[in-house]
Design a protein around this ligand. Structure first.
Ligand SMILES: [Zn+2]
Length: 218
């Protein structure tokens, strides 16, 4: 403490030092004020805001973002786009997207032809899905939802419908470069509490068939 005081108050030399320091501060302020600080800050802010918006838009709308496929069953014997749209409006009234919660559905011959694939504008515009719980939101944002019409908790998957699922999945895997391990049944996704797509639906068999198909393509 004493040392500091003596250094600061050593007569003429000390005063010169102080003056120099003051001069330096003044110059620094002068240089600072000559730069259009406010506009530079505003420009930067605008730049960051635009970047963040573009990033968000890209994340939500980027059509090639799909990294997962989640398989579901409708748990009913009948289904088509109109029917599932009505069900979705009742069950998930808060969803701003007035479309089926999935990106594709595959018919079972009751409401649609056996193995027929249909989509509405959720897939057309590559919007996020509403087919898994909020515990796994990333699977809604980054995952394509496919719903097989039928109840595979009660009966086996018809082979023609399963074949159609293999065709659809393999096309999506190639289009979006999705690895086979990123294809799962709804209830097998961690923390999802559902029997969907039913005990008769074998994800293992689906993955095996897909691996064969994809290997054959390469
Ligand atoms: Zn499901």
């Amino acid at each position: 403490m004493v040392e500091n005081n003596t250094q600061e108050n050593t007569g003429e030399f000390g005063r010169m030092l102080k003056l120099e320091k003051l001069e330096f501060k003044k110059n620094r302020l002068a240089v600072g004020s000559s730069v259009p600080e406010e506009s530079r800050r505003r420009l930067l802010k605008g730049f960051f805001a635009a970047g963040a918006l573009a990033g968000l838009a890209g994340y939500l709308y980027w059509p090639n973002r799909w990294q997962y496929i989640v398989i579901h069953h409708s748990a009913g014997n009948y289904g088509n786009i109109e029917f599932l749209q009505r069900v979705h409006r009742q069950r998930q009234a808060g969803d701003p997207i007035d479309a089926i919660p999935y990106h594709f559905i595959i018919g079972n011959g009751n409401g649609m032809r056996m193995g027929e694939v249909a989509s509405d504008w959720r897939k057309e515009h590559n919007l996020w899905g509403a087919h898994v719980s909020s515990r796994n939101s990333y699977r809604n944002f980054l995952g394509l939802g496919i719903c097989m019409i039928g109840n595979f908790e009660k009966y086996e998957v018809p082979s023609a419908q399963f074949e159609s699922l293999i065709n659809l999945c393999s096309r999506l895997m190639i289009d979006y470069n999705i690895p086979v391990e990123n294809i799962n049944g709804h209830g097998l996704v961690k923390n999802e509490m559902t029997l969907c797509p039913g005990k008769y639906f074998s994800v293992t068999k689906l993955r095996e068939e897909l691996s064969k198909r994809i290997d054959g393509q390469v």
